[in-house]
Each structure stands twice: as C-alpha cells, then as structure tokens.
Ligand binder design. Structure first.
Ligand SMILES: NC(=O)c1ccc[n+]([C@@H]2O[C@H](COP(=O)([O-])OP(=O)(O)OC[C@H]3O[C@@H](n4cnc5c(N)ncnc54)[C@H](OP(=O)(O)O)[C@@H]3O)[C@@H](O)[C@H]2O)c1
Length: 284
C-alpha cells in the first residue's frame, strides 16, 4: 500500500466490531477504484490532531464514517452540515471536498427508515419506545418525526436523563417533536403497550451484556429492533424472540446508511448491481 493511497474509513472507539470496511472495500474492488476503507480507532484526546491532519492538502483521506461515541462531538470540527444533519445534530458521514472542506451528513436516519420499510413495518399511528439518547437515537427519532407515516407516540428513556433534554432541545429547534415524550424509568416506557421497541444504546455490544427490559413485557404483536448488528443476536433480541416478538438487528440499517454514505462520497447514485455487491459483502 502506498502512503498516498486514496483512503476512506470510520472513526470511533471502539471500531473493531465494524463491518463497514467489508462493505465499502467490496464496492471499491467491484468498481476497480484504487481506494481502501480503514478503521481509525481514536481516543478522544486524538481527535484534534486527526482533524488537523485531515485538513492538510496532502491528506489521502476523502471520506469518513463516524461511530460511537463521536457522532455529536465531530460537529465542532466540520465546516457545514446538510439540512437533515443540522436537524439531528449528529453526523455519521463526512464528505471531504477537493479544497479540504468537511461536510457533515447523517445517513443513519434514512438508513433506519429504509430498513423498517424493507421489514414491512409501517410506523403510522404506532407506539414506539426508544432506549438511549445518543447520536443514533437522535437520527432515529428525527427520521421518525419527519416521515409522512409518523408514529402516534415515541417514548424515550436514557440512563443519563440530561441527554434526553439536550436531544429534545436540539431536535425541537427544527422539528415538531411534541409527540416525543421523555420518561424517567424503563417502566415508564410502557413496553407492554409498544408496537416497536428500538435499542439505540451500546448495551449488547459486549459479550455478557444484559437485556435492559424485563422479559414478561415483550409480546407477540411487537417488533424489537436492535441497532447493534455485531453480535447478530443481542440478549435483548434473544429474549424478545423467545417471547414471540418479531426481531431485527441493525445490519439492514448499516447496509442502507452505507449505500447512502458511498453515494455522497462518490457524488453519484449507486446502480442496483453495486448495491447487491455491498449487500452480499455484509451477508445481509
Ligand atoms: N446498525 C447501524 O447502522 C448503526 C448505526 C448507528 C449506531 N449503531 C449502534 O448503536 C449503538 C449506539 O451508537 P451511538 O452512536 O448512538 O452511541 P452514543 O452516542 O455513544 O450513545 C450511546 C448510548 O448508549 C447508552 N449506554 C451506554 N452504556 C450504557 C449502559 N451500560 N447502560 C445504559 N445505557 C448505556 C448511552 O447512555 P448515556 O447517555 O447514559 O451514556 C447512550 O444513550 C452502538 O452500538 C452502535 O454500534 C448501529
């Protein structure tokens, strides 16, 4: 690999669980593009240097994804945001222009909605419970609030309640969020009445992570969606499935957000055969 090979990648901590390299490198190979998608595990104190380097004219990096825990933090380093990213105030995709300007996109929100459609779940008039208030929760809640088939209600619980206040303040500045209700305990999520439960927390990423919800609350008429895709079946999904709920992990969301990210970097839409190559690379 030459030093100046055109590079794309994902920044976060941890990033080693990410399947994004598999998907994007398959696309580069199929398009015969000499580029490599790499993992950039970064500690928070390394962000300043990383973004300084990124702005240099000789930087080989032309596009990035952003994952836990930096989707909100990276905004301070960017030159501009797309209107949707501005509404969400969380970025998972950065486009680097020829003059090294950094533009923030959010493809998590549309990626999540695309996967819900593929699963045949119509959010219209549904009751939704969300666990978590991090970067991905922002994207999911904003996207659900902006689609025409808007749900009846979204209840949100987070371990750190102040983070929900910030989320609602940011989203509420540009989106009608009056049907989004913060709750102070998991009990108040009314899981037993929910049509869709979405886990946007990182609980489940590590082996041995528990299920945050009591098993008796799941029921057969609900869908339980975990944004985590590695492991493919978190304890949450395992227990929900045992209780008869329909379940989905975040692999479909990863696929759709990745296709959108690639299109933003390339500046052109991807044809169906290319999408299929990315889908197959993920075994999705
Ligand atoms: N499938 C996909 O395409 C896709 C896309 C985006 C994200 N994801 C996944 O979604 C997850 C969250 O990503 P993110 O970017 O939103 O991360 P983030 O901004 O760092 O937020 C993490 C969330 O997890 C909560 N959390 C962490 N540890 C917890 C614990 N022990 N108990 C309860 N809550 C806990 C945090 O609560 P506090 O505020 O209290 O810390 C926060 O709500 C990750 O696993 C990521 O891989 C998947």
């Amino acid at each position: 690999m030459s030093h100046n090979q055109t590079t794309y990648g994902i920044i976060g901590y941890p990033v080693k669980h990410s399947l994004s390299p598999v998907m994007h490198n398959a696309a580069f190979e199929a398009l015969d593009v000499e580029a490599l998608y790499k993992l950039f595990p970064l500690e928070e104190n390394e962000l300043d240097d990383f973004f300084d380097q990124l702005r240099q004219k000789d930087s080989p990096i032309f596009g990035l994804n952003v994952t836990v825990p930096y989707k909100e933090k990276v905004i301070a380093y960017l030159d501009s945001l797309t209107p949707f990213a501005q509404k969400v105030m969380a970025v998972n995709t950065i486009v680097i222009t020829e003059d090294r300007k950094l533009v923030g996109y959010n493809t998590d929100g549309p990626g999540f909605i695309a996967h819900l459609h593929e699963l045949g779940f119509d959010p219209r008039n549904k009751r939704i419970a969300v666990l978590g208030a991090g970067g991905s929760a922002r994207a999911v809640i904003a996207a659900l609030s902006l689609i025409p088939e808007r749900p009846a209600s979204i209840k949100v619980y987070n371990r750190t309640p102040e983070r929900i206040d910030e989320l609602l303040r940011d989203l509420g500045a540009r989106i009608d969020t009056k049907f989004v209700e913060p709750v102070m305990s998991i009990d108040d999520l009314n899981i037993e009445l929910a049509d869709l439960v979405i886990n946007t927390t990182s609980v489940g990423l590590k082996e041995g992570d528990a299920c945050l919800i009591e098993k008796e609350l799941f029921h057969a008429n609900m869908m339980v969606y975990d944004l985590i895709y590695n492991p493919a079946e978190t304890m949450l999904l395992k227990i929900a499935k045992e209780q008869g709920a329909k379940t989905a992990n975040g692999l479909g969301m990863l696929y759709y957000q990745g296709v959108l990210a690639f299109e933003h970097w390339a500046g052109i839409p991807l044809e169906d055969p290319m999408r299929e190559i990315m889908r197959k690379a993920l075994c999705y």
